[in-house]
Design a protein around this ligand. Structure first.
Ligand SMILES: Cc1cc2nc3c(=O)[nH]c(=O)nc-3n(C[C@H](O)[C@H](O)[C@H](O)COP(=O)(O)OP(=O)(O)OC[C@H]3O[C@@H](n4cnc5c(N)ncnc54)[C@H](O)[C@@H]3O)c2cc1C
Length: 537
């Protein structure tokens, strides 16, 4: 099973990487993935994400450690497991982030990762149904389409944003993110387009690419200070896979730092405490963890208003699944949110700092935060999930044990930073302003969560602590840069050793302003070009 390149993980960045590296028939590539093949009807059907995101077969299904700034809650932290990784269970929203995010990366020392540098890689990977131009791609493997299923409640949300002065933006992934819109999604012909669908499966017939599923990487092996392969655990037991040129860790923002630490690269005192021999001290491995924090709020709508509560329940649900199976259309084609907006907490800002996810459906939020199976409300509802785009709070990933099978110890510290609390309050008040705008006020009957009695800053923050949720966007735990603390150099090589890179969402110096799948795929594209020394065509 030896190869030139061994890739650990089969997720968003890794599928692109495996495709681009194996495009050269002289190069042998092995990809090892802990999960399975990542195919099922529920994964393909976009609305199936509500079921699959927390299904142990498709998700790692971890709980984090108690979160100090949100009352000690232990958050469920799903990550995709199987070919496609998190792109297989994600909410399908396609968001690049802001051009300024990448310029900031470059200013922080990620030389070569400014917007002008990364734009060609975003463009290369996609076919955007809205058509190609100098910013958007029309020949890439990743299918990107606007939400197809429209309804009057989503239209009313867009009208309400306009009434608040938030303009309609026809392409928030283009020149400017600001405005309200129907989301662009990683959907093609009504089916989820995961990174495996787009990039990996079409390459799997190549004789020089070997994909091994059910293979959990336990650690990187070294010959002196050079990575020489990986140790994996399969049903057959423990085996090794040799790498003649490079080992590439692409296990995501929780697992890549975990694997570095299990291999002796990380904060020395922490590794020694756990009895792991230190190969190279790198204090920031696992540090700098960032994520969005979704402030879920729900309204009860007038009984006549359109809502997915009706479409996803009882006989209507059966009918809609059959309709989807027959024609790939209807409510089962919807992503996690259909309408959204990037807004400014203060009109004087030069770029948005708050994102809105809007969906005309509500679940029982009390049951959800209690960890019970999610239940749809019996009445038609509307949920708004605003979040701060560039949170200042930082968490960390550590080992909980030297056992590779152990769950890592993860603390996000959501809402720890005063700035995050201030902006979260502003975001929640904006959500209420939106619902009070004429187009939505005409549809809304009541506010069950947070509820009319929740008004002061303290009350709203208390609600945010109890009902907020992970944005599912962990990033930054193996950050690149040119300062001494950076884990990687800007070529994504692990500092202090040879023959080892990290290529996934963990390399981001700062979380991007938006959902992270598109950025992870771009990192896979650009990472591949750094490995092969080839620029995009
Ligand atoms: C529920 C959910 C909803 C989301 N919604 C959206 C959304 O709507 N839009 C958006 O843009 N982003 C969304 N995201 C985030 C986005 O999908 C991720 O940021 C992106 O997929 C991360 O890509 P990655 O390459 O870093 O890692 P991943 O795609 O997570 O891939 C890591 C892979 O490594 C494998 N792996 C881990 N450890 C090992 C090991 N030891 N050995 C072998 N294999 C291993 C995993 O099984 C996995 O397949 C969502 C994520 C989740 C979980």
């Amino acid at each position: 099973m030896d190869a030139d390149f061994v890739i650990v993980g089969g997720g968003s960045a890794e599928c692109v990487l495996a495709n681009r590296l194996s495009a050269d028939p002289r190069v042998q590539v092995v990809l090892v993935e802990a999960g399975g093949g990542g195919k099922s009807f529920m994964l393909t059907m976009p609305a199936g994400f509500g079921m699959t995101a927390n299904q142990p077969g498709h998700s790692w299904h971890y709980h984090g450690d108690p979160e100090p700034a949100i009352g000690g809650r232990r958050m469920l932290l799903p990550r995709g497991r199987g070919l496609g990784g998190s792109s297989n269970i994600n909410g399908l929203l396609h968001v690049r982030g802001q051009h300024a995010d990448y310029d900031q990366w470059s200013n922080l020392g990620a030389i070569g990762w400014g917007w002008a540098d990364v734009a060609p890689y975003f463009r290369r990977s996609e076919t955007y149904a809205g058509g190609g131009d100098e910013l958007r791609g029309d020949a890439g493997e990743l299918r990107v389409e606007e939400v197809a299923h429209r309804n009057p409640t989503n239209d009313a949300v867009l009208a309400a944003f306009a009434e608040l002065g938030v303009p309609r933006n026809r392409d928030y992934n283009g020149a400017d993110q600001h405005g309200a819109f129907y989301y662009q999604t990683t959907v093609g012909d009504g089916k989820r387009c995961s990174a495996a669908d787009a990039f990996l499966r079409p390459a799997m017939a190549r004789p020089n690419l070997r994909v091994v599923t059910g293979a959990m990487c336990r650690r990187v092996l070294f010959d002196g200070m050079r990575a020489s392969g990986v140790e994996i655990e399969t049903r057959r037991g423990i085996e090794t896979v040799g790498a003649n040129r490079e080992v590439i860790l692409s296990a995501g923002a929780y697992h890549s730092p975990k694997l570095l630490m299990l291999s002796g690269i990380g904060p020395a005192a922490h590794l020694r405490d756990l009895g792991v021999a230190v190969l190279h001290e790198s204090p920031e491995v696992g540090a700098n963890l960032q994520d969005h924090y979704i402030l879920t709020m729900s309204w009860r709508l007038d009984p006549a208003a359109y809502s997915y509560n009706r479409e996803l329940s009882g006989g209507r649900l059966v009918w809609n699944v059959l309709r989807y199976a027959a024609r790939r259309e209807g409510p089962m084609t919807i992503p996690a949110a259909q309408v959204g907006a990037f807004v400014k907490s203060d009109p004087l800002l030069d770029r948005p700092d708050i994102q809105f996810h809007c969906l005309p459906v509500t679940g029982d939020l009390d049951a959800a935060v209690a960890g019970e199976k999610s239940k749809l409300s019996p009445w038609p509802g509307l949920t708004l999930g605003p979040n701060v785009l560039r949170p200042a709070s930082r968490g960390r990933v550590r080992l909980s044990s030297p056992d590779p099978a152990a769950v890592p110890a993860i603390v996000h510290n959501w809402l720890e930073a005063e700035e995050d609390r201030r902006l979260s309050l502003r975001a929640m008040r904006m959500a209420r302003e939106l619902v009070a705008a004429p187009s939505l006020a005409a549809l809304v009957a009541a506010e069950p969560w947070p509820g009319p009695d929740c008004r002061s800053d303290d009350e709203l923050l208390d609600y945010a602590r109890r009902y907020g949720n992970t944005g599912y966007h962990p990033a930054g735990t193996c950050r690149m840069g040119i300062d001494d603390g950076a884990v990687l150099d800007p070529q994504l090589r692990v500092k202090g050793v040879a023959g080892l890179r990290v290529i996934d969402a963990s390399v981001m110096p700062r979380l991007v302003s938006g959902n992270t799948n598109a950025a992870a795929i771009m990192i896979g594209e650009k990472g591949a070009s750094l490995v092969t020394c080839q620029a995009p065509q």
